[in-house]
Design a protein around this ligand. Structure first.
Ligand code: ADP
Length: 391
């Protein structure tokens, strides 16, 4: 029987490499059994955070609590955490069975007791060998890799190797599961499938999990909550839905809206709307456009293009520049007629033919799905409160 999952709490966790601070005072809590992703661009400190929790990186300040107890001073092997890296790090000369058994063999048998022949020495040693064998088989069954047990890693696909690596981490029944971009080496189709499997497996075993990724769609797809980091700092923590609806600043909004976020300077938008409409009458995210200083941001899926002006505001006459296919949908790049404002609109792929380059239409965007951010915040700034969209 596994121990119940443990909570994880970080309190002001700070890590430095020489004079460079790679992690600034990270503080957050992960509930027992929760799946939390650490999301951010390359170099923002995600791996440093994970490695510090595992005890692989020295901590300059702050505290790490697992199950409410500080892990300070505990060696990595005593922390009851399982770490899975991007590279699977399986022993190439061993079968998958022996790879899975390795952590248990190291922990539970002395060097003298490890050879198979040692089993004849005493019933106690025999029982421990049997117990390890049973746990290997149970873990393999859980991961659906029973038929791979007698193969070597070189004879497996990337996805299969990843499962064996996960199995080797799971078999120790860790209190905490730390995954550092574990799917990064898989091709796109396999990656999507494996991430769903990983999430289902995590739900089944209930292990508290921290999952590092730079892929926002991956984080949004499988997490209970996501911690967004930039420049070694935690910027926002929330459920995927909270992050999607209420990004705390422009960096977060951009990062979560890949490949495109429309960011329009409020002044340019006012100028584009111009005399046709009193811009004071247009309410964006609870503010009159007339009074907004900064930028207005909205996603391609919250904009539409029509053949002619419909009811409601605002409608901006635009000219189509070009379209990009993106599978079931497409992105249409447009400019206002006077050219001051560029914008990307999501349309169904079948509609591309209706909007050849140079064609004219009217752009509408959903007033309640717009975010307003201060202009000064376009650089790397302090955390600011989101301007919540009016529902
Ligand atoms: P991420 O996982 O988000 O890509 P890292 O945690 O690996 O980011 O790195 C955070 C920052 O710390 C980066 O600027 C990186 O260059 C730096 N860094 C990481 N490891 C070391 C190291 N061993 N020595 C010096 N600087 C490092």
């Amino acid at each position: 029987m596994r121990d119940p999952p443990q909570s994880l709490s970080l309190r002001g966790l700070t890590c430095r490499y020489g004079s460079k601070t790679a992690l600034h005072e990270a503080s957050f809590d992960v509930r027992p059994g929760e799946f939390v992703s650490i999301l951010g661009p390359s170099g923002c400190g995600k791996s440093t955070l994970l490695r510090a929790i595992a005890g692989l990186e020295p901590v300059a300040a702050g505290e790490i609590l697992v199950g409410g107890r500080s892990v300070e001073g505990l060696a990595p092997k005593d922390r009851e955490v399982a770490f899975v890296f991007q590279s699977y790090a399986l022993y190439p000369h061993m079968s998958c069975r022996d790879n899975l058994a390795a952590p248990l063999v190291m922990r539970e048998l002395s060097a003298f007791e490890r050879p198979a022949l040692a089993r004849i020495l005493s019933p106690g040693i025999r029982a421990r060998h049997r117990s390890i064998r049973d746990r290997v088989e149970a873990t393999a069954a859980q991961l659906g890799i029973t038929e791979l047990l007698d193969r070597r890693p070189a004879d497996l696909s990337g996805g299969q190797r990843q499962r064996v690596a996960l199995g080797r981490a799971l078999i120790r029944e860790p209190q905490l599961f730390l995954l550092d971009e574990p799917l990064a080496n898989l091709d796109a189709a396999l990656r999507n499938r494996t991430r769903s499997d990983l999430r289902a497996l995590q739900k089944r075993i209930g292990a508290t999990t921290l999952f590092v990724t730079h892929d926002q769609s991956e984080a949004m797809a499988i997490s209970d909550r996501v911690v967004v980091m930039f420049d070694g700092r935690v910027r926002q923590i929330g459920t995927p839905d909270e992050l999607y609806r209420h990004p705390v600043d422009l960096d977060v909004a951009r990062f979560l809206s890949q490949p495109h976020l429309n960011v329009i300077d409020a002044e340019a938008l006012r100028a584009a709307i111009g005399e046709r409409t009193a811009s004071g009458d247009i309410i964006l995210a609870g503010q009159a456009l007339g009074g907004i200083e900064g930028v207005v941001a909205f996603r391609p899926e919250h904009a539409a293009i029509r053949q002619r002006q419909g009811p409601g505001l605002p409608g901006l006459p635009v000219v189509v520049d070009h379209a990009e296919h993106a599978g079931v949908e497409a992105h249409l790049f447009v400019r206002t007629v006077e050219g001051s404002v560029g914008c990307v609109i999501r349309i169904p792929s079948e509609a591309i033919g209706q909007w050849p380059p140079g064609s004219e239409g009217i752009l509408h965007f959903a007033l309640d799905a717009v975010h307003v951010f201060p202009a000064a915040e376009t650089g790397r700034g302090a955390v600011v409160s989101p301007q919540k969209a009016v529902a």
